[in-house]
Write a protein that binds this ligand. Structure first.
Ligand SMILES: CC(C)(COP(=O)(O)OP(=O)(O)OC[C@H]1O[C@@H](n2cnc3c(N)ncnc32)[C@H](O)[C@@H]1OP(=O)(O)O)[C@@H](O)C(=O)NCCC(=O)NCCS
Length: 327
């Protein structure tokens, strides 16, 4: 029997502070009814001002390492997917490596927004399969509240903070990653973006006054692209592995909007009890979304060894990806 790359342990960390729809009603012209009906979100988490992306990541990573039964020193690589890093330079992964005491390994950040965790797992899979690494830590970490304009009702109701990690390593077949895909289409790059703070618009009084350091989103247009891409990529990884939707034990779609999840589920023909959703209490945590779900499913026993799990993500770029694995 051969070996492939699989998930050995997971961990997640949510900030304590809960922001309810009622809290947001006090900040912008919105209502609990609108947010619930249009997104499925009831509450989301918000990090304290003194918490950082790397700090929460270190907590989540320790839980994942514990479940995997390995130490940080055994890691060969750390990949941190984030669009809300501690600072532009150096990478958040470097702070995570230092905090974990994972001195022997390489560490870098990956920027693919909400698809970043799946991109990271796919990159990790290549390193493990070709023998360049044995244990890889992949983290999806976002403190999006730092980039949210709490005057913009189109975005502040959707996004939340959260972090999750997974340790990947060799597993005996038939377990492990069975199929994976990653895609990007820069045509839609201006559908979801932060205009300033980079080389295009370096930080200035003007960019701050213009509120250009916050996330801007064309939600309506993204909705259609998201449903189409999530369906397509899900079908492709299922086909690659010759698995039909009825054989799935669990489908974890990126938690962008409950209506997107429902539409994709219906198009794929996956039964409702096989689709995991935590958007009502976590919101959209970008690259942390899928690993938080996965960690919850593993810890609450909803995912057991041998289960076929499909994960599909969509995000800014636009990027999208899918992974089918046997846990
Ligand atoms: C953002 C999103 C929830 C908006 O829902 P929607 O049903 O598409 O709503 P629309 O943008 O068409 O707006 C409908 C109306 O609600 C209003 N509205 C927008 N946000 C609102 C809010 N928070 N509260 C109340 N009304 C709101 C709009 O102004 C608009 O009013 P109008 O008809 O008077 O112009 C939805 O488009 C979405 O989830 N898009 C995908 C987001 C996504 O996938 N992001 C990237 C992936 S990570």
């Amino acid at each position: 029997m051969g070996s492939s790359a699989g998930i050995l342990g997971t961990g997640s960390e949510l900030p304590e502070k809960v922001v309810t729809n009622a809290d947001l009603e006090k900040l912008v012209d919105t209502s609990d009814q609108w947010i619930t009906d249009r997104t499925g979100i009831k509450e989301r988490r918000q990090a304290r001002a003194d918490q950082t992306t790397s700090e929460l990541s270190i907590h989540a990573a320790r839980k994942a390492l514990d479940m995997a039964g390995i130490t940080a020193r055994e890691l060969d690589l750390i990949i941190c997917s984030t669009i809300s890093p501690d600072m532009p330079l150096p990478s958040t992964a470097a702070f995570i490596q230092r905090g974990l005491g994972a001195s022997a390994c390489c560490a870098f950040d990956l920027a693919a927004a909400c698809s970043g965790f799946l991109f990271g797992v796919t990159v990790a899979e290549q390193f493990i399969k070709n023998g360049k690494a044995r244990y890889v830590l992949v983290i999806g970490a976002e403190l999006l509240s730092r980039y949210i304009d709490y005057r913009d009702r189109a975005t502040c109701v959707i996004f939340g903070d959260g972090v999750a990690a997974a340790v990947l390593g060799p597993v005996a077949e038939p377990h492990g990653i069975l199929a994976s895909e990653m895609h990007t289409d820069g045509q839609f790059a201006d559908h979801l973006y932060i205009p300033a703070g980079g080389t295009t618009r370096p930080a200035s009084c003007e960019t701050v006054q213009g509120r250009e350091h916050y996330i801007k989103m064309k939600g309506n247009e993204l909705f259609k692209v998201a449903v189409r891409s999530l369906e397509e990529v899900s079908r492709r990884v299922l086909e690659q592995a010759k698995v039909c939707p009825e054989q799935l034990s669990l489908f974890i779609p990126h938690q962008a909007n409950q209506r997107i999840t429902d539409a994709v589920r219906q198009r794929l023909g996956v039964s409702v009890e096989k689709v995991y959703s935590n958007i009502s209490r976590v919101g959209n945590t970008s690259s942390a979304s899928i690993p938080i779900c996965l960690d919850e499913c593993i810890r609450n026993g909803q995912t057991k060894k041998g289960d076929l799990v499909l994960m599909a993500a969509f995000g800014a770029g636009v990027t999208w990806g899918g992974i089918l694995m046997r846990y």
